[in-house]
Design a protein around this ligand. Structure first.
Ligand code: PLP
Length: 381
């Protein structure tokens, strides 16, 4: 008898879409040891190099020594440890919301929050390129999922205008799109959501720590923070750690504590994660954060200029620079060629991105040197 995956595996193999894991035997830095070779890494979301920052790792170690490694149980069951509570207090304050709640991942925030707050008869309007966790949460919720054209407020407005008047409405988008590196017209989206009686949720996984004053995120940069009802960030990217946070009104967070299944029924994230996140937050909102962001965006600008000089049609105003190739096999071939030259930039293929838009997703960090970026440009040219 065939195994449950055999047929699908044969298909992804034939289509050049088979995925396998690579051994990473070092910290996630601008350079790393991948499959036994020293490479320059253009794949990590540790945009500010905080994953191995001495202050961040020291906070994690200290916390393990004081609180132990595990959280023991779910927070409603075993008690809620001080690092979790303190991170939530500081994140709420930093993001300008009444309250915040820490989850085990950003994925769990999106699926859990959407499934808890929306239900049958409700409508969720999500950008066509929204992250898998948003789509999965919308599906779990039982609400009708409506997709508007990518970063297109007119498309959103048309769909809202013709939607039935009953049920709750929620518009969901991202602050920086994870595979395209573009920022939506947040102000227009917020205006449209308000005009049509919809709540607004923004997943700023790739914008938090980088954009807006002190790295508060794209919704602060766009001046719409007060219009966003639900602000989602992850600790796994610019924060260099692990976990997800949702910031909203006190009443909304109380609702999640009472009704959100991934929060209620899962062992809490180890306390070292919020302890390390508190140290990372301190860096992000301070002068060192400003410096790291300055370096990051200088690097990102340099990468875009060099790739354009090399004849590639790239365009990005963020740290995520996609080089769209088209066919999956061609993207994989190009990624393999780069790796031979000592540069790792992952090929991103369907279903992560739409068919025919396979790409190399370059993730620029503050730690890359000019020489690293020049090497990337030369190899791609
Ligand atoms: C836009 C977006 N939202 C949510 C997530 C999930 O966050 P986490 O990695 O913390 O689960 C990701 C990460 O891949 C993402 O890119």
């Amino acid at each position: 008898m065939n195994g449950p995956f055999d047929e699908r595996l044969r298909k992804v193999e034939a289509d050049g879409l088979f995925r396998r894991l690579r051994l990473l035997d070092s910290a996630q830095g601008p350079t790393a040891r991948l499959d036994g070779a020293e490479v320059i890494l253009f794949s990590s979301n540790d945009y500010l190099g905080l994953c191995a920052h001495p202050k961040v790792t020291a906070a994690a170690v200290e916390c393990v020594q004081r609180y132990g490694w595990g959280a023991g149980a779910a927070r409603l069951l075993a008690g809620s440890m001080a690092p979790h509570m303190e991170l939530e207090r500081q994140m709420a304050q930093f993001l300008g919301k009444e309250a915040a709640l820490l989850f085990n991942t950003g994925y769990a925030v999106n699926t859990g929050v959407l499934a808890a707050m929306m239900g049958r008869g409700d409508l969720i309007f999500a950008d066509k390129l929204a992250h898998a966790s948003i789509i999965d949460g919308a599906r779990q919720s039982g609400a009708k999922l409506v997709r508007f054209a990518h970063n297109d407020p007119d498309s959103l407005e048309k769909l809202l205008a013709k939607a039935p008047a009953r049920g709750r409405r929620l518009v969901v988008t991202e602050g920086v799109f994870s595979m395209d590196g573009d920022i939506p017209p947040l102000k227009r989206i917020a205006d449209i959501a308000r005009r049509h009686g919809a709540m607004l949720m923004v997943d700023d996984a790739h914008g938090f720590g980088l954009f807006g004053p002190q790295g508060r995120g794209t919704i602060h940069m766009a001046g719409i923070a007060d219009e966003v009802d639900i602000h989602v960030v992850t600790l796994g990217k610019a924060m260099g750690g692990f976990g997800g946070v949702v910031a909203a009104s006190r009443r909304f967070i109380d609702g999640l504590i009472n009704f959100c299944r991934p929060f209620i029924y899962s062992t809490a994230i180890p306390p070292a994660a919020p302890a390390a996140a508190l140290a990372a937050l301190n860096i992000i909102r301070g002068q060192e954060g400003d410096k790291l962001r300055g370096k990051l965006f200088k690097n990102a600008d340099m990468a875009v200029s060099l790739l354009r000089e090399a004849g590639l049609a790239v365009d990005s105003k963020t740290q995520i620079v996609p080089v769209v190739v088209g066919e999956s096999k061609e993207a994989s071939r190009l990624a393999a060629k780069l790796l031979e030259g000592g540069v790792y930039a992952p090929a991103i293929r369907p279903p992560t991105v739409p068919r025919g838009t396979a790409r190399l997703r370059l993730s620029i960090t503050s730690g890359h040197t000019e020489a690293d970026i020049k090497k990337l440009g030369t190899l791609l040219a």
